[in-house]
Write a protein that binds this ligand. Structure first.
Ligand code: NAD
Ligand code: TYD
Length: 363
């Protein structure tokens, strides 16, 4: 019997890359993707998978306990890979409510469904609840040191606090109920299909069109950058071989200052596309703006545990990942235009009409 994985948030950036990865690399598995299609969810991200018989899309909310229970019953879900979340720090500063609702309550709903549907001890050999989280739960580092799986939690934005909260719930379900959970805490992802509110796609889009490139504060904040394809491989590794109850940090071994990233993107575009009408280098578009409230200074991941215990390390160098990413955005300007003019939000209706959540399910 095919292994059935419920992916939440599969129309978002990492989720869509992961669904495509599983359907390609694990052709005998079945993937059920539940996504609410918030502003960050884009059905076009998986347009090429829509007719794959191993793929089912469900338009719905992870906070809807009845719907989630029904999906577990109907599809005999054996694994959950939980991406669905509000994911942007800036939005969590201006409107934290949705973060608390989806990231905490939504995770709780999924845990309850798994607990109700995976009761028998022998299921633990097969069933897995993999919660995808962030390194931001560990707080902010000074100039040295790394986050390990033992670093105490110290979240500092409403986003990271909501993710930390959901991590604690997931661990509590392991300790209290024996639910077979796994946690991953990864660094900043980059790659195809990322919503252009995040640094890299935002800069790529603005720089192409000669618009200002906003850098918060002094641009010296450091992030560790992980190519999304490497991340998908790491998640699959943890799902298949991780030890239940454990957390795994996933990082790209690529610490960069924000300003370095933006300068690199400017230089790559100057080489690849027509110059700005003014003839100026794209670095001239860099504009220092007011800093983000509570802006964490540095994140850096020690990804030694997943390498030692599961044999995973990133396959792509930063240069390779960035090259492929820039090429993808240049080759997919229609995707970006659809996101920017809002037409991506009518994609669902054009595919499925105005039917409700469960009717959109193919089965
Ligand atoms: P994203 O914002 O691109 O996508 C989130 C997806 O979740 C969207 O498709 C959205 O429609 C869906 N969603 C939101 N609320 C929902 C709800 N209530 N019910 C069902 N679906 C809902 O996010 P992403 O960047 O792909 O991140 C995925 C996960 O990875 C998140 O849990 C995030 O915290 C985590 N993460 C992301 C990064 C990163 O660099 N992007 C880094 C570390 C961890
Ligand atoms: P972001 O992509 O929002 O990810 P996160 O906040 O989860 O790390 O931002 C990455 C870094 O880039 C972060 O330090 C904030 C900074 N940043 C800018 O300087 N300008 C921008 O326009 C954005 C979106 C981010």
């Amino acid at each position: 019997m095919a292994y059935t994985v419920l992916v939440t948030g599969g129309c978002g950036f990492i989720g869509a890359n992961f669904v495509r990865f599983l359907l390609t690399e694990r052709p005998n598995w079945r993937v059920v993707n539940i996504d609410k299609l918030t502003y960050a969810g884009n059905q076009a991200n998986l347009a090429d998978m829509a007719d794959n018989p191993a793929y089912t899309f469900v338009h719905g909310d992870i906070c809807d306990q009845n719907l989630i229970n029904e999906l577990f019953d109907r599809h005999k879900v054996q694994a959950v890979v939980h991406f669905a979340a509000e994911s942007h720090v800036d939005r969590s500063i201006t409107g934290p409510d949705a973060f608390i609702h989806t990231n905490i309550n939504g995770t709780f709903v999924l845990l309850e469904a798994a607990r109700a549907h995976w009761p028998a001890k022998d299921q633990a050999a097969v069933c897995r609840f993999l919660h995808v989280s962030t390194d931001e739960v560990y707080g902010s580092l000074g100039p040295t040191g790394y986050f390990t799986e033992e670093t105490p939690y110290d979240p500092r934005s409403p986003y990271s606090a909501s993710k930390a909260s959901s991590d604690h719930l997931v661990r509590a379900y392991f300790h209290t109920y024996g639910l077979p959970v796994l946690l991953t805490n990864c660094s900043n992802n980059y790659g195809p299909y990322q919503f252009p509110e995040k640094l890299i796609p935002l800069v790529l889009n603005n720089a192409q069109h000669g618009k200002p490139l906003p850098i918060y504060g002094d641009g010296q904040n450091v992030r560790d950058w992980l190519y999304v394809v490497d991340h998908c491989e790491a998640i699959t590794k943890v799902l298949e071989s991780g030890q239940v109850g454990e957390s795994y940090n996933i990082g790209g071994h690529n610490e960069k200052k924000n300003l370095e990233i933006v300068e690199l993107l400017c230089d790559l575009l100057d080489k690849k596309i027509a110059p700005l009408p003014s003839g100026a280098a794209r670095r001239s578009l860099i504009t220092f703006v007011r800093d983000r409230a509570g802006h964490d200074r540095r994140y850096a991941i020690d990804a030694g545990k997943i390498e030692r215990e599961l044999g995973w390390r990133p396959r792509f160098t930063f240069e390779q990942g960035m090259e492929q990413t820039v090429e993808w955005y240049l080759a997919n300007r229609d995707w970006m235009d659809g996101v920017l003019d809002g037409s991506y939000q009518s994609y669902y209706e054009s595919m499925y009409g105005s039917r409700g959540a469960v009717q959109a399910d193919k089965e």
